[in-house]
Write a protein that binds this ligand. Structure first.
Ligand code: G3P
Length: 218
């Protein structure tokens, strides 16, 4: 399973990139906007710390605008994934980009009709938003499982990346569902490490080790 952190914050990226299994960083316009830095320079800065993929979303409204932006963004880093919204215009642009071998992600995917269209277009990834689906009383995890089945039935190569993840247990559930990739906030990533039993156990080991060293010195 590919593993991404959904952030453009350099301090978070520096910390997350210490985990050498990280497959890269995903962003969206809201995440970029929070950083108050010129878009391209922000992506270039992220690329200094990330060996893996950097995901970057177009903001144009028409297919032509999105296509032109995507071609430009694709030059901003060594391994770019270009995110386009799952709309008629977005998929029209995506289907052209696929022909140019640009790695494309359809974002804001909320229905199996979306999944069929994106898979037919041959995009590399689709991102269903699990937490936001749940917020609207849809079952985000069930949707991921059904998306995986639909793609398998179509014999398509499109990967499913679980996005809008609210906590560590959802990461575990999606891993068990066989999702291809997952992206989470830095805070969820950090929470994945947390266990009071690990802390208690480590404190005990340290205390016993200190006692042992003192005993050996005396
Ligand atoms: O970047 C896409 C997705 O992960 C956004 O998540 O938490 O804003 O719903 P969230």
């Amino acid at each position: 399973m590919e593993f991404y952190v959904d952030t453009a914050n350099i301090e978070e990226i520096k910390k997350a990139s210490r985990m050498k299994f990280l497959d890269g960083v995903t962003t969206n316009p809201s995440i970029i906007a929070k950083e108050k830095q010129e878009f391209k320079s922000k992506i270039r800065e992220i690329a200094e710390y990330i060996d893996g993929k950097i995901w970057c979303q177009v903001t144009g409204k028409t297919a032509e605008e999105m296509y032109d932006q995507a071609i430009e963004m694709n030059t901003w880093g060594r391994k770019m994934v270009i995110k386009l919204p799952m709309t008629f215009e977005g998929l029209a642009a995506a289907s052209e980009l696929v022909k140019k071998d640009v790695e494309v992600n359809m974002t804001l995917v909320y229905s199996l009709a979306h999944v069929v269209l994106a898979a037919k277009a041959g995009v590399a990834y689709i991102s269903p938003y699990v937490g936001r689906a749940d917020d609207h009383s849809l079952d985000g995890q069930r949707f991921i499982r059904e998306s995986l089945t639909t793609i398998q039935n179509l014999k398509a190569e499109t990967k499913v990346i679980g996005a809008s993840i609210r906590g560590p247990q959802t990461v575990v559930d999606l891993a068990n569902a066989g999702v291809d990739a997952i992206t989470m906030s830095y805070s969820t990533f950090e929470k994945m490490f947390q266990s009071p039993l690990t802390d208690i156990g480590l404190n005990q080991f340290r205390s016993d080790w200190d006692t042992y060293l003192r005993t050996m010195e005396s």
